[in-house]
Write a protein that binds this ligand. Structure first.
Ligand SMILES: Nc1ncnc2c1ncn2[C@@H]1O[C@H](COP(=O)(O)OP(=O)(O)OP(=O)(O)O)[C@@H](O)[C@H]1O
Ligand SMILES: [Mg+2]
Length: 282
């Protein structure tokens, strides 16, 4: 699990606090989605939980950051990496640059952990199959499309089986089918007890797959709760995150008196069918 209390952070040589008194918790086996405008601090927060800030980037960090009951600041970077897998925003930067094939790339993190060679090979094959990159295992990691590279970057973290996985916009390069596949795999991981925090712009996918959703704005969590309630909140426009066309249609229907002013607005197509449909409650 992840527990953040009163987290504030400023990058080196800057006066502005990117995060200011932020609280957020994710229970074991839970998938929490975080939405936030560009520049809201999503990547910064992801790096803090993974222990890369301040150890690598420096800056001024305060507050409590606990992962599985242990302060991340009390761990060495290699201990932190064993607890939290971070899928970084740009998959190109996740590629180690040290390996010649996708197979070696996915195995890279496991090689230093004492896992026997045969088990590494089995785990790499299984994860590659799960993420449908098994046909790419002999390729150079640099000879991949953006989407393929992103799937390999995710595979290289999933294969580690860390108790916590933090994913920074992991579907940005993927088509709708690829994005859904990644969320299906997240569901399988959380069923096995993995804790997942995902920063994601695809609101309809979060509506469907997250247990809870939090909004990052003004350096803190400004709203948090059930996916439909949070993702249909009209304040998402003010926070420069935006709402789906289904939410906007629902709001318009309310404004013109075509829908009741109470109840939850729709976020996704199935919500809209329920909201507007003849068999729905309205
Ligand atoms: N190394 C750095 N030094 C100084 N400021 C930085 C640094 N990295 C990021 N920032 C600033 O911190 C703020 C938060 O950036 P961050 O990358 O965490 O946002 P984000 O929510 O991930 O945005 P995006 O959606 O574009 O990925 C921004 O104002 C950014 O300019
Ligand atoms: Mg980012």
């Amino acid at each position: 699990m992840i527990r953040l209390r009163g987290v504030s952070y400023a990058y080196p040589d800057t006066a502005n606090y990117v995060l200011a008194d932020l609280d957020l918790s994710v229970g074991q086996g839970e998938v929490v989605g975080v939405v936030g405008a560009s520049g809201a601090g999503k990547t910064t927060l992801a790096k803090i939980i993974a222990g890369f800030i301040p150890s690598i980037e420096g800056g001024v960090l305060s507050g409590d950051i606990d992962v599985n009951g242990v302060a991340i600041s009390s761990l060495t970077l290699s201990e932190a990496v064993a607890q939290v897998g971070l899928v970084i925003q740009n998959p190109f930067n996740q590629i180690s640059g040290a390996k010649f094939t996708v197979l070696e790339e996915i195995a890279f993190g496991l090689e230093n952990t004492g896992v026997p060679r045969e088990e590494i090979a089995e785990r790499v094959q299984a994860v590659a199959k799960q993420l449908r990159v098994d046909h790419l295992l002999d390729r150079s990691p640099y000879a991949l499309s953006g989407g393929q590279m992103q799937l390999v970057a995710i595979a290289s973290m999933v294969v580690m089986r860390t108790p916590v996985l933090v994913m920074d916009e992991p579907t940005s390069q993927l088509d709708p089918g690829g994005s859904r596949m990644v969320f299906d795999i997240i569901s399988q991981l959380t069923d096995l007890g993995t804790t997942v925090l995902i920063f994601e712009h695809k609101i309809e996918l979060l509506r469907e797959h997250a247990d809870r959703v939090a909004v990052l704005a003004d350096g803190r969590i400004t709203a948090e709760g059930a996916p439909r309630a949070i993702l249909s909140d009209p304040r998402l426009e003010k926070w420069a995150i935006g709402t789906t066309r289904y939410t906007r249609a629902g709001l318009a229907a309310r404004d013109t008196g075509l829908a009741p002013v109470t109840g939850e607005l729709p976020v996704s197509m199935p919500d809209a069918v329920e909201f507007f449909g003849p068999s729905g409650k309205h």
